[in-house]
Design a protein around this ligand. Sequence first.
Ligand code: 5GP
Length: 204
Amino acid sequence: MQNREGMLVLFSGPSGVGKDTVLDIILSKDDYLQRSVSLTTREKRSGEIDGEDYYFITKDEFLKMVKDGQVLEYAQYGENIYGTPKAPVDKWLKEGKTVILKIEVKGAQKIRELYPEALSIFLLPPSMQILEDRIRGRGTEDEQDIKRRLEIAKNEILRSADYDFVVINDNIDEASNNVLNIIKALNFTYKRMNKKISEVIKNV
Ligand code: 5GP
């Protein structure tokens, strides 16, 4: 694709809505997309891989990284802290990659303040009942955690108004295509094409 410049994409949506599946699909379709691997203090779920799904670290390690300026943003979610490591994001943006942050709503707000041009997409479940069924079906959280995640979900959905785009995950392939199309379209805004336009008319 022409005119690649680094771009940040904030990808949010309640727990269980299918963010990881959408990310897996779109990452396999576009080489310029780069997924940021977050830091978390939560326990690893079965099947998750350290360094791929998250960097699983202790609270002390997390706080030390924050103190040393190595964390771009972080937020408390339920009992745990989640955050974005700074160095890889800086590097990928310099390389012209489109960096996707899977991030909850408070962290997304901090990134908007740091990078006002970041694109933001919110993935919405078709209904709260379907969301609850999906979280239960996953079988990775206990009852208390499920209740907490559903409560947070309601508040997160209310914050979807802060996002540029909202995509409903009714059908995973359709939702993934919609997310990818939105990201691709953003490469062709006038602002991002400005340099190319100047080149085209340079010798006229
Ligand atoms: P989970 O425990 O289900 O993997 O993630 C819980 C929440 O943390 C999700 O809403 C997810 O988007 C969010 N999250 C994951 N990584 C980050 C991060 O680096 N920063 C912030 N602020 N939230 C994150």
